[in-house]
Design a protein around this ligand. Structure first.
Ligand code: NAP
Ligand code: ZN
Ligand code: ZN
Length: 347
């Protein structure tokens, strides 16, 4: 077993604290990664606080992991010691169901094994990237292109793929008008990616203070949602809406901004449900959809897309000792636009 240091929540709503635990030994198909950086996703906060009701403790969160390969299993050919690699939201799946065979491991019928707060075949609780090292099967390890900085690339492993995948799935591109709701970790990646795909992007935000940032990130327009005129002016305007908001809010107000046959895609995952009026959908044959992260193949494709278009996350690099304060700041919307933990601070 491999002695590993990390930060964990020991129970719901407890502050994260230093925590030592054991990783499994490196098996023939495993890669040992020394973690250099890990992003803080809002899902980490939902999970650490058991807001979705599925959390397992003790929990070392973190699924935006970047590091270097420090040991390889006897059967590994595709990776070598020193390679820069990443791990996202899952570390295994059944590998035989239709979803797995199509590269949609996040929708595995046999149950995707989440990077943390999952239970592996041996019955151990998986532990995530707020830690010094991780052992992962080679099929679930991503390559980080050398032109991307490790810290700026880490958030691509969740925030990047979660926004890239629906844009690709629905073919959002040059002739479309897209609204991105919420300019946070996911939202700012959505703006950058959609802009690179040639899309006209409008940011809909609760915070007037983000107007200049939205433009700098590549948005064509910006509107604040506290102003009721936003909802009359933009009625029926958008082909697509990508909703990245982490807290309950009125979906109907946004659905009314879609044109005929428009689609609103939820990626934000608030802890409580929101009623949807049938008429919000019926009157213009609108669709309400959802999307969960992305598969390994598409995540690798997204990383290459980002390298090609010089896209990284806008980050604030912090030591692990500041993780609890960072959680509070994420909840206040006070981050531009992703906290990334410098895991060197844990050694
Ligand atoms: P984040 O950085 O906190 O961003 C969320 C943004 O939502 C905030 O910056 C804020 O933007 C807006 N917002 C917050 N509270 C709001 C409210 N009450 N009403 C309206 N807008 C509000 O979080 P994130 O890391 O991007 O994650 C966003 C959500 O996506 C979380 O629920 C997370 O769990 C989920 N998620 C889902 C997937 C998936 O696969 N589907 C993957 C990763 C994360 P403004 O200041 O611009 O209003
Ligand atoms: Zn995430
Ligand atoms: Zn499967």
């Amino acid at each position: 077993m491999l002695e590993t240091k990390g930060y964990a929540a020991l129970a719901a709503k407890e502050r994260l604290q230093p925590f030592s635990f054991e990783r499994r030994d490196v098996g023939p198909y495993d890669v040992l990664i020394t973690i250099s950086h890990c992003g803080i996703c809002h899902s980490d906060i939902h999970q650490a606080r058991n807001e979705w009701g599925i959390s397992l403790y003790p929990m070392v969160p973190g699924h935006e992991i970047v590091g270097a390969v420090s040991q390889i299993g006897s059967a590994i050919q595709a990776f070598k010691v020193g390679d820069r690699v990443g791990v996202g939201c899952f570390v295994d799946s059944c590998r035989t169901c239709t979803a797995c065979r199509e590269g949609l491991e996040q929708y595995c019928d046999g149950g995707t094994l989440w990077t943390y707060s999952g239970q592996d075949k041996a019955g151990r609780i998986t532990q995530g990237g707020y830690s010094t090292q991780i052992v992962v099967d080679e099929n679930y390890v991503l390559r980080i292109p050398s032109t991307l900085s490790p810290a700026g690339a880490a958030p691509l492993l969740c925030a990047g793929i979660t926004t890239y995948s629906p844009l690709r799935q629905w073919g959002v591109g040059r002739y479309h008008k897209l609204a991105v709701v919420g300019l946070g970790g996911l939202g700012h990646m959505a703006v950058k990616l959609a802009k690179a795909m040639g899309t006209e992007v409008t940011v809909l935000s609760t915070s007037e203070k983000k107007r200049e940032d939205a433009k700098r990130l590549g948005a064509t327009s910006f509107a604040v949602t506290s102003n009721p005129q936003t909802f009359t002016k933009l009625q029926g305007y958008f082909d697509y809406i990508l909703d990245t908001v982490s807290a309950p809010h009125d979906y109907n107000a946004y659905l009314n901004l879609l044109k005929t046959d428009g689609t609103m895609i939820l990626v934000g995952a608030p802890e409580r449900p929101t009623p949807v009026q049938a008429f919000s959908l019926i009157v213009k044959r609108r669709r309400l959809a959802g999307s969960l992260i992305g598969g390994i193949k598409e995540t690798q494709e997204m990383l290459h897309f980002c390298a090609q278009h010089h896209i990284e996350s806008d980050i604030e690099l912090i030591p692990i000792q500041q993780v609890n304060e960072a959680y509070e700041r994420v909840l206040r919307g006070d981050v531009r636009y992703r906290f990334v933990l410098d895991m060197g601070s844990l050694k």
